[in-house]
Design a protein around this ligand. Structure first.
Ligand code: PEP
Ligand code: MN
Length: 358
């Protein structure tokens, strides 16, 4: 199948791939010791290292630059694992190629800028080096997809996406809000492309890595990219979110890989029964919505005859507050009820408007 084939450049087994390595390459020793520790876990498929670091604030460590590339090449030779490096400019991409970098990744502060992405893509034209594109820092599905397409258009066949979360100001739990739906939409739009989760940049703190990684595995992501350092607390960048190679090995072992095949007859039976139930409920829901809209149109006719405005704020308030209370007492999230009712209400208003205009 074509779908499977396109993913295969990265993921060759049922088990998600693991990419690990330091946020930043600091010294040759730090890189070598970290990567040897990672390789020794036997659970990692590719090594990462940041050579040029796009920092938010000025005056911070901005990476060792080109000097780090021979070190990356050396860890590749000594561990036998392929390497990936971030390129933020055309020149970075060219240097990566010169030092046999196996996969280039595009960072979140680069994928946000179509000009930069296009320049890097042009630098890679005719090379076919695989490229992984991180989501842009802002929650913009099209911008992310557009960046991926720029690489495809210059002829790169092996592309993929990395979900690293979206920048947020209010929330305190995650450094970058996951907004899973955007990544799931990506996977739905391009199921043949590998999707990697970067729990390190989503979480921003190491104690949350495990549940976020598990969630990615449960959502059928193709892999994980996890920042790993020989001495995380003293890392020059992203110290709070990095883990030791030892912890990385434990964490991957702790992940529950749900590899049971849907094709298994027992699983098929139980699932098909439950799916049938879902189908019936969905049909009921749809029929109820159709009836509800029928009533909305009748209300529209009444309002038209009596010159009453369509939108009645007080009525809307009554509907939503009762539903939120009932729904949340039954375990539904208030956010979901709100979205669900809003969608119904919007359609009701549309239907009433059609009646008013007719
Ligand atoms: C990184 O991977 O170290 C990095 C800079 O990530 P992001 O582009 O996701 O912020
Ligand atoms: Mn980092």
């Amino acid at each position: 199948m074509e779908t499977q084939h396109r993913k295969n450049w990265l993921r060759k087994t049922e088990i998600p791939v693991v990419i690990a390595g330091p946020c930043s390459v600091e010294t040759e020793e730090q890189l070598m010791e970290t990567c040897k520790g990672i390789a020794a876990t036997g659970k990692v498929d590719m090594l990462r290292g940041g050579i040029w670091k796009p920092r938010t604030s000025a005056g911070n460590f901005e990476g060792v630059g080109v000097a780090g590339l021979p070190w990356m090449k050396k860890v590749k030779e000594e561990t036998g694992l392929p390497i990936t490096v971030e390129a933020a400019k055309a020149g970075h991409a060219e240097m990566c190629l010169a030092f046999d970098v196996d996969v280039i990744w595009i960072g979140a502060r680069t994928s946000v800028n179509p000009f930069s992405v296009q320049e890097i893509a042009e630098a890679l034209r005719g090379t076919n080096v695989p490229v992984l594109v991180k989501n842009p820092i802002n929650p913009d599905f099209k911008l992310w997809m557009g960046a991926v397409e720029r690489f495809e258009r210059v002829g790169i066949e092996n592309v993929g996406a990395i979900h690293r979360g979206f920048s947020n100001t209010g929330e305190k739990v995650y450094r970058n809000r996951p907004q899973w739906q955007i990544a799931l939409d990506f996977m739905k739009a391009r199921p043949e492309l590998p999707m990697i989760c970067d729990p390190s940049h989503i979480c921003g703190r190491r104690d949350l890595l495990q549940p976020i990684s598990q969630k990615a595995v449960d959502l059928s992501y193709d892999g994980l990219m996890i920042e790993t350092h020989r001495d995380p607390d003293n890392a020059w960048t992203d110290a709070k979110q990095q883990i030791t190679p030892k912890r990385l090995g434990e964490m991957i072992t702790e992940l529950k890989l749900r590899l049971a095949k849907e094709a298994d007859p027992d699983i098929q039976n139980s699932l098909s029964f439950l799916r049938q139930e879902i189908n019936e409920i969905d049909t009921d829901l749809l029929n109820l919505l159709v009836s509800r809209m029928g009533v909305a149109r009748k209300i529209g006719e009444y309002k038209k005859k009596n010159d009453i405005a369509i939108y009645q704020a007080k009525r809307w308030e009554e509907i939503t507050s009762a539903a939120k209370e009932k729904g949340s007492s039954e375990g539904l999230s208030v956010e979901f009820i709100d979205k669900f009712l809003r969608a119904i209400h919007d359609e009701s208003i549309n239907q009433q408007e059609q009646v008013m205009k007719s």
